[in-house]
Design a protein around this ligand. Sequence first.
Ligand SMILES: Cc1ncc(COP(=O)(O)O)c(C=O)c1O
Length: 392
Amino acid sequence: MNSNEKTIEKFDKHVMHSYGRYPLAMKQGQGRRCTDESGKAYIDLGSGIGTNSLGYCDEKWADAVCAQVRTLQHNSNYYYTEIQAEFAERLCETTGYTDLFFGNSGAEANECAIKLARKYSFDKYGKGRHNIITLVNSFHGRTMATLSATGQDVFHNYFFPFLEGFINVTANDIEDLKSKLDDTVCAVMMEYVQGEGGVVALDKEFVDAVFDLCAEKDILVIADEVQTGVGRTGKFLAGEWYGRKADITTLAKGIAGGIPMGVCLSGEKCSKTFTPGTHGSTFGGNPIACAGGLAVLDRVTSEGFLDEVLKKADYIKSKLEKCSEVVSVTGKGLMIGIELKEKKASDVAAKALENGLLVLTAKTKVRLLPPLTVSYDELDEGMEILTGILEE
Ligand SMILES: Cc1ncc(COP(=O)(O)O)c(C=O)c1O
């Protein structure tokens, strides 16, 4: 039994089997490359599903995180910490929001957004205006509320009863939206680019309709930017592509460079909605995560960084579009979906792994979420492996 297999056997004996895992035991990473237990090297174009935004163990990020570990690793949210204050200020300055709540994951950030929208409406209009519209093919997380919000039937099994109060609208169908936007609705929640749903960007007309119709009725717009946020699409927030700013925006994944963190941002409308005791999280805003988050913000907001993200995205797209097996390339920036003619995305991902390349899938597409710091050399190497597999 090799060292990969030994780890896998030990792991599988105790860890619940809730994932369809690949037979790979990861040992170490540096930059955009990692190695497994047997020493085999991989180029990573999935970045831990968009979490390692600066790649593996970026030096400045690691220094900031390690310094924080040695200073103050955690404290109760009943006290204040300077690093939380600093990160909150920087994130609000960067996004233009005024208020935020810290959690530890995308699902928690969305839970917070759901609670915030419902309480905003309850405080202002009383009971009965609690419904939240979400889109067909959306993905908002795995907790009971965020699973209930997720607009995919495949997730609505086993765990009955799901939470009431979520109504699905077909993405880009303005008439469907209009017909469901009644006075029981307090919010519309959407991803500008549906990630798990197949890397599909919403139409500008639909997004405009959501914002305009919601504004007429004081219905809040919640942008789930857990996957699209923090520079992933080439703008800090994907909403910037649409010229829109949601009342509430949620972030997670890449925000702290690979340390768990989720953030729910809001504007002044909801700034007084939560009062002491109405929401909380023991680990939310953990100082180590905040230190990682500051290092990510420093880099992602540095001069020219996001322009490079866009250039790299175009570079990848141009390579893929030359490939005969590729029907279309979807998404925005470094959030890339590859629609295939005949090959199965899961087979391509498995073959890529064999050949030293990590890629993801989303529905029937191959999905790439490279670290935002990926270099052209690494892209050349990775794309050569991928296009080789596609054209086999
Ligand atoms: C758009 C979106 N929202 C929420 C989530 C849930 O995030 P987490 O797994 O950190 O709870 C995800 C995860 O893939 C996501 O893509």
